[in-house]
Structure formats: C-alpha cells, structure tokens
Design a protein around this ligand. Structure first.
Ligand code: PLP
Length: 456
C-alpha cells in the first residue's frame, strides 16, 4: 500500500509523507497537516482489540497510518516503550465511565502524544543523521510533557521557556529536575512574552542552521496517538453485541484531543456522538450551533487553565474534516458541513462555578475524584444525559476523559473536598530533586545570544 500523504488545511502547500510532516510541524502556508486518507478498521479488527494491551492497540492503529514509513518491529518497540503505564477505565455508575489519561510521567494526557512524537522524531533523525532543537514556550503543562517525553532522546535538544511567576512550583520542578538534553529557562515576563521569543527565533534566518522545531499540539505526530485511547476504551468496555456504541465527553481547549476522536470515528469505532465540553471560552460552542466563528481575545481565565484557549488552532482541522476551510486567523474561507458536524457532536460551555460544584457532587455521589479539566468533561456528559434521557440504552457506553491527575491541583481539591489527594508515583520525590535552570529577560537580542552561546 502506498504511503498516506498529508495536506495542509490552507491548501497551498505540497502534500507530504508522515515523516516529512512530522519533522516540519507547521506547513509553509501556515496550515496544519491532515491525512488525505483515514484507514478503515473492519468490525473483526476492532473486536480483536478487546484482548490487546494498550500498546498493542497503539501499534495496530499507528501502523495503519504510517504503513511503510517505519518498519513494523521498530514501530512496535517504540509504542511499547512510549506506553509503559496504565490507562484505567473507572466505572462510575451503570455504563458511565471515566477514562484516566493521567498515569504518564507528567500525569497529563499530553504524555500520550508527546511520548510518541518524541520517539518517532528520534527515529527519523537518527536515520537521516540530523539533529533538532525543540523550542517551546509553556504556561505549565505542555512544557513538562514535552521535556519529559524528549528527555534522554538522541539527536534532540529541548529548550523550554516558562514565565517565571506564572507556573506552580510543582509544574516548574517537573521540568527543571531533568537535565541532560533538557534545558529550562525562566523568563521575566508572561506566557505571551515567552511565546513571542520563540516565534521570533523561528522567524530569524540567523537561526536556520540550529534546526528549530516546535513540537506543540499542532504537530500531526500528536494527533494519531491521540486516536488510540478512543479505540482502546471502546474495545475494552463493549459488551460484544453488534450494536454496541459509545459517547465520549472530551474536555477541550485547543481541540487536539477531539481531533484524535474524529480520527477514531472515521476509522470505524462506533462513536454515536462527542460531547465537546469547554470552559467559559465558548467560541466553539457558538460556532457549532450558529456557524459563526468569533475568537475570544484575550482568552478567559478559568480554573481549568489548560483549556483557556480563545482561538483553538485545531479548529482549522475540524473545519477541514467537515469539508470546509478555515485559515490560521480563524476566517472561514469555505463553510464546513455544519449539519454533519452537529450530528457528530454537541458542545457545552461549563462555568467555573459549575466545574467546582461538579467536583464536589462527583465525590459525594460516586466517590469519583476529578480535577477541574475532568470535571468540565463530566459536567458536559451529565448535561447531555439530562437533555437526552432517551439515549441511555442497553448497549450504549458513556466515557468522559480525565486529562490530568487530581494531585496536580492540590489547592483546589483541598478547598472543595478538604483533603490533599495522594500523588501518583510519577510525581513522587519531586520535592527532593535538585533544580537547575537559567533566567532571562524577555528581550530577543539576549535570547539570541543565549542560543548562540549554548547551541553553537
Ligand atoms: C491540553 C489539555 C486539555 C485540552 O486538550 P486539547 O487537545 O487542547 O483540547 C485538557 N486538559 C488538560 C489537563 C490539558 O493539559
């Protein structure tokens, strides 16, 4: 079978193989890469996932997307190494479940994508005898997921900038205690200042020979791995009946997670509907119901902070998936098929008050421990079931995604539930480790000097 090619959502760039699209990140026309073709799984293949471990399902799915782009044995070793942790499916009541995507090294669902992307990049870089410098600005979680996922990999250096006063001590320690190929810099400024330094370095021709790459959530290498847990959870929870089907509720910000879900649906996983749960940044909720898109700038500050996105970059992919075109600014060049979009998904905006109420309610009613992001997802699912009681059928499953570990938000949990949640093994011992990081002003000429000194 010939390779699946990837096109840019802005439609003005060459179609690339997976390897090329992965290493490029963003297309030259500023669009995001999308597969020209989505592989189809047969009912028997889906049924065979029921007895597979997580990494085996990951192999089956990634192999169908990558085909001859990587040999099978190498891919198998790679997914096995990336997914060396559990994916708990926790029953809450009846056929309502929480899928905990919080058991990776940084206790965030971003580990799923970042760990695969890092390993795939390393594989291709070694093959081509090339090096890459990953340059990322973070407001907390992405930086630690990237730093941990790329830690110790060959041919890759990682530099993460974070706003000195805007990340928690725990978030900082998840990055600054690594060392080796991971360098961390605290910037005297805000997240936007860090982002501006990164963007300026990418645009600076003097930096070309450093081979910068961003590894952020727009890379196609992150979407494919994010389709796996949808297939895995369906296969492991289904009753085996031929009309089994499933509803997923996804706490969303930049919509990378949801794009993974759409890929899974296209592959043939019988997903009835996606509940797209957002916080008070409700631009998507309005877009879906009205067809009119208005970004929110600046984005609203909610307690589910990783979802404070006023203009989700993956919206251009969602629009492309439904046959439309949206440019990187959010202008709709061609309308997508809204009817089909509304059939596949419904979106609810959950306020901070509702998010906090749901953390309390879930704990009191079901011993279900949620943090703010997962609470937005669960609240979305509860609203969906309340508005559509007739959907609650015999072979229907309902799964809400928990995207971070509650112990990452100890202050919130103590405030609402009056106890300090136990740390997952991956975050234990962080307090005792030695930190190492540099400081910089938010000044590009200083940053450039720093890059020159360190990487030349
Ligand atoms: C990034 C993130 C999200 C949002 O995921 P998107 O793919 O950007 O929609 C939700 N929860 C947590 C904890 C995150 O870190």
């Amino acid at each position: 079978m010939s390779a699946i090619l990837f096109y840019s959502t802005n439609l003005q760039a060459a179609h690339l193989t997976f390897r090329e699209a992965l290493l490029k990140g963003i297309a030259p026309d500023r669009g995001l890469y999308m597969p020209e073709e989505i592989p189809r799984l047969t009912a028997d293949e889906i049924a065979s996932f029921t007895d597979m471990t997580y990494h085996q399902v990951a192999f089956e799915i990634c192999h169908r997307f990558l085909r001859d782009q990587i040999d099978k044995d190498t891919l198998y070793e790679l997914v096995k190494d990336a997914y060396n942790y559990e994916v708990p499916l926790e029953q809450v009541y009846d056929k309502k479940y929480i899928m905990r995507l919080d058991q990776g090294p940084t206790a965030s669902f971003k580990d799923f994508a970042a760990r695969m992307m890092g390993r795939l990049m390393q594989h291709y870089l070694i093959q081509q005898n090339r090096k890459l410098l990953i340059l990322t600005a973070t407001s907390g979680d992405t930086g630690s997921a990237i730093a941990n996922a790329f830690y110790g990999l060959d041919n890759i250096e990682v530099l993460v900038l974070f706003p000195e006063k805007e990340v928690t001590a725990r978030q900082r320690k998840q990055m600054t205690t690594l060392g080796r190929n991971v360098q961390i810099v605290a910037v005297d400024g805000k997240f936007d200042d860090c982002q501006a330094l990164v963007k300026e370095a990418f645009a600076d021709p003097d930096m070309d020979d450093l081979h910068l790459s961003s590894a952020n959530s727009i890379n196609i290498g992150r979407l494919i791995p994010q389709s796996v847990y949808y297939a895995y959870s369906f296969a492991h929870l289904r009753s085996g009946h031929h009309d089994d089907s499933i509803v997923f509720s996804i706490p969303s910000g930049n919509f990378g997670d949801m794009m993974g879900g759409l890929l899974a649906k296209s592959m043939g996983i019988p997903i009835d509907r996606f509940v797209i749960a957002v916080n008070e940044n409700d631009e998507f909720t309005k877009y879906l119901s009205s067809g009119i898109y208005e970004k929110i700038a600046p984005s609203r500050n909610c307690i589910s902070s990783a979802m404070n996105v006023g203009h989700p970059s993956n919206l251009s992919r969602v629009t492309a998936y439904y046959g439309g075109t949206m440019d990187e600014q959010g202008n709709i060049i061609k309308k997508p098929d809204f009817e089909r979009m509304q059939k596949d998904m419904i979106s609810y905006s959950i306020t901070d008050t509702e998010t906090e109420e749901m953390i309390k309610e879930a704990w009191q009613a079901h011993d279900l421990l949620l943090e703010p992001h997962g609470s937005v997802g669960w609240a979305g699912l509860m609203r969906y079931l309340k508005e559509n009681p007739e959907l609650d059928g015999k072979n229907k499953l309902f799964v809400s995604l928990e995207t971070a570990h509650p112990a990452k938000f100890p202050e919130k949990i103590i405030e609402l539930l009056e106890f300090d949640p136990a740390l997952p093994a991956s975050l234990e011992g962080l307090e005792e480790k030695t930190e190492s990081y540099d400081f910089l002003d938010h000044d590009y000429s200083m940053f450039k000097q720093y890059l020159n000194k360190r990487y030349r």
